[in-house]
Design a protein around this ligand. Structure first.
Ligand code: ADP
Ligand code: MG
Length: 393
C-alpha cells in the first residue's frame, strides 16, 4: 500500500503537489476543466491542513519557443483562483529566484502554481527524460511530495519520479480513487466482461493479452474487430486492417475462441464523413468498397446479453467511429444498456471517456478514469512508475 496525503502532518510544511492541469485550451480559453475540478479535493485538503502549497503540472508539449506561449499555465492559475475563490500565485519561472522567493514567502494555506514543467524540455528534455539534477532541485523546494497526476503516472518524469526520489511522498485523492476503482481487476466479481474497441489492434495487444486471463468474456468492437474478423477468414472490404497483427488475432481466436466475442453484423459506409450514408449487413456480407464503422443491431443485442448477466464491466475503446453521429449508435446503445445493469462499471481510455460523457452517460458508470494512457497501461498489467516510486505505508 502506498502512503497517501492523509499519512502526513501537513501543517506549515511546503507540500509539492503534482497535479494534472493538462487541459485543452482554445483561443485562450479552457474548453474542458474536468482535470482541474478533479484536483480540487487534494488541493482543498492540503489548504485546510495548513500546508504551503506548491502546484506543478505539465501542459501540452514544448518543442520550441513558440510552444511556450500557447502552453503557459498562467490562465490555469487564474481559472483555479476563480473556482477556489482564493488567491493563486503564479511563478513564471520553473527555477531560480522568482520561484524560490514565492515559495519561501508562502503562509500556511497559500498556493503557488509553477509554470509548465515542460518548459524545462527546451533545454535537453530535462523534465520528460527525468533529468536527475532537475528532480533534485524541485524536490529541494519542498518538504513533502504528493503525486495526484494520474494521467502522467505511466511516465517517469522529473516532476513525478524525480521529485519523489528525494522526498517523503504520498498519493493524492485522485490517484487513490483511480487505484481503488481499477483494482477491481485484482479480484473481479463475476461474470467479468470487458468491452474492447477503438481503432488499431496494435494499440491494444497488451490489454488483450493481460485481460484475456482475467475476464470471462471480451466483447470486441470498433476498428480492431475487423482485423479479428479478417483473421477468422472473412472479407472486410476497406475496413480498418492492422495487417501486421492478423496472426496475433488468429492465435488469440484459436486459444480463446469462447472468450472473445466478435461482431455478427456491421454498419458500413463508403467514406468516413459526416455526410456519409450507411448500410448495415451481416459480417459475411461486407462489400469490397465498404468501410465497417460501427457494430450493427444484432451485435448490440448479442453484446447486451453478455452485459446483462455481468457483475463487473471494464470498457476500453468506443465500439464504432463514435465521433460521427451515423457510427455512434453502438457505443450509445451499450451506454444505455449499461445504465440499467447492476454491475461495477468502469471506463478506461481517453476517447471512450470523452464519448460516454459527451453522450450524457457519465452517471451510468462507477468510475471514468481520467488517465488515458495511464489507465491503458494499468489494464495491460504494467506498473506505473509515478505511483511505484511513492513511499510505502
Ligand atoms: P481510447 O482512447 O478510449 O483507448 P482508442 O484511442 O483506442 O480509444 O480508440 C478511439 C478511436 O477509435 C476513435 O477515434 C474512433 O473513431 C476509432 N474507431 C472506432 N471504431 C472504428 C472503426 N470501425 N474504424 C475506424 N476507427 C474506429
Ligand atoms: Mg485514444
Amino acid at each position: 500500500m502506498k502512503k497517501t496525503i492523509r499519512d502526513y502532518e501537513l501543517e506549515n510544511k511546503k507540500v509539492i503537489i503534482r497535479v494534472d492541469f493538462n487541459v485543452p485550451i482554445s483561443d485562450g480559453k479552457i474548453t474542458d476543466d474536468n482535470r482541474i475540478i478533479q484536483s480540487l479535493d487534494t488541493i482543498k485538503y492540503a489548504k485546510e491542513q495548513g500546508a504551503k502549497i506548491i502546484l506543478m503540472s505539465h501542459l501540452g508539449r514544448i518543442k520550441s519557443e513558440e510552444d511556450k506561449e500557447k502552453n503557459s499555465l498562467k490562465i490555469v492559475a487564474s481559472y483555479l483562483s476563480k473556482i477556489l475563490n482564493d488567491d493563486v500565485l503564479f511563478s513564471e519561472s520553473t527555477r531560480g529566484d522568482e520561484l524560490e522567493d514565492l515559495i519561501n514567502n508562502l503562509n500556511p494555506g497559500e498556493i503557488v502554481l509553477m509554470e509548465n514543467t515542460r518548459y524545462e524540455d527546451l533545454d535537453g528534455n530535462k523534465e520528460s527524460s527525468n533529468d536527475p539534477e532537475l528532480g533534485e532541485y524541485w524536490a529541494s523546494l519542498g518538504d513533502i511530495f504528493i503525486n495526484d497526476a494520474f494521467g502522467t503516472s505511466h511516465r517517469s518524469h522529473a516532476s513525478n519520479v524525480g521529485i519523489a526520489s528525494h522526498l517523503p511522498s504520498g498519493i493524492g485523492f485522485l490517484i487513490e480513487k483511480e487505484l481503488n476503482a481499477l483494482s477491481v481487476l485484482d479480484n473481479p466479481e463475476r461474470p467479468f466482461v470487458v468491452i474492447l474497441g477503438g481503432s488499431k489492434v496494435s494499440d491494444k495487444i497488451g490489454v488483450i493479452k493481460n485481460l484475456v486471463n482475467v475476464a470471462d468474456y471480451i466483447l470486441i468492437g470498433g476498428g480492431m474487430a475487423y482485423t479479428f474478423l479478417k483473421a477468422s477468414g472473412l472479407s472486410i472490404g476497406k475496413s480498418l486492417l492492422d495487417s501486421e497483427n492478423i496472426s496475433f488475432c488468429e492465435e488469440m481466436l484459436n486459444k480463446y475462441r469462447d472468450k472473445l466475442i466478435l461482431p455478427i453484423d456491421s454498419v458500413n459506409a463508403k467514406e468516413i464523413s459526416e455526410n456519409a450514408s450507411t448500410n448495415e449487413c451481416f459480417i459475411s456480407d461486407i462489400k469490397e468498397d465498404d468501410i465497417g464503422l460501427d457494430i450493427g443491431h444484432s451485435t448490440i443485442k448479442l453484446f447486451k446479453q453478455y452485459l446483462n448477466d455481468s457483475k463487473t464491466v471494464i470498457w476500453n475503446g468506443p465500439v464504432g467511429y463514435s465521433e460521427i453521429e451515423q457510427f455512434s449508435n453502438g457505443t450509445k446503445e451499450l451506454c444505455e444498456a449499461l445504465k440499467n445493469i447492476d454491475a461495477i462499471k468502469i471506463i478506461g481510455g481517453g476517447d471512450t471517456a470523452a464519448a460516454v460523457i459527451n453522450f450524457g452517460f457519465k452517471d451510468a458508470f462507477n468510475h471514468i478514469s481520467t488517465g488515458g494512457g495511464a489507465s491503458l497501461e494499468y489494464l495491460e498489467g504494467k506498473s506505473l512508475p509515478g505511483i511505484e516510486i511513492i513511499s510505502d505505508k
